[in-house]
Design a protein around this ligand. Sequence first.
Ligand code: 5GP
Length: 189
Amino acid sequence: MNNVTKTIPEFNSKIKRVIITEDEIKAAVAKVGKEISDGYDGRPILLVSILKGAFVFMADILRAITVPCEVGFMCAKSYYSNSTVSAGAVKITMDLDQDISNYHVIIVEDIVDTGRTLRDVVNLLKARNPLSLRVLTLLDKPSRRKVEFTADISLFTIPDYFVIGYGLDCGEFYRNLPYIAEYNEEKGE
Ligand code: 5GP
């Protein structure tokens, strides 16, 4: 244990407004869970969550799927600067611990922003020859794209807001909000 102390933000004043309610998320998750279940062909499904932001979405989508389904987790850190596109800039800090060649893999992501993380993760997993590979994202910010990338399933398209809640953080806080909110970036409360 180290003794680093952390300043806790003025929590509520940083929640600017709710943009997607808990009920809207629940309805969309149930719909996609049913679609995935309806498409089941008898071969195993593996949901792969990219930590940490997608863990809440992962827990809910998993329970909305009514056919046999396994889970796996990866941690990917992006080292791109805003303006440059350097080679190999997404680093996998935790990888899957299983062979995926006999699975229909569905990557479960919190948000597609520049598209770089998913482009790199998709390329990495494709090379491992899964039966099929799809990307399911809770949120999509297409106006921020820096590389060409389209998710197979996207629950909500949002404008260029920095958002928090339902697993998405700011400085590791706010993941516990049950809704998606716009973060108040103004200085001073
Ligand atoms: P990329 O830019 O590679 O598409 O997205 C990388 C990661 O940036 C996402 O998985 C997510 O963790 C984070 N990110 C992008 N936009 C937002 C946002 O509006 N809010 C939060 N909390 N994280 C974001």
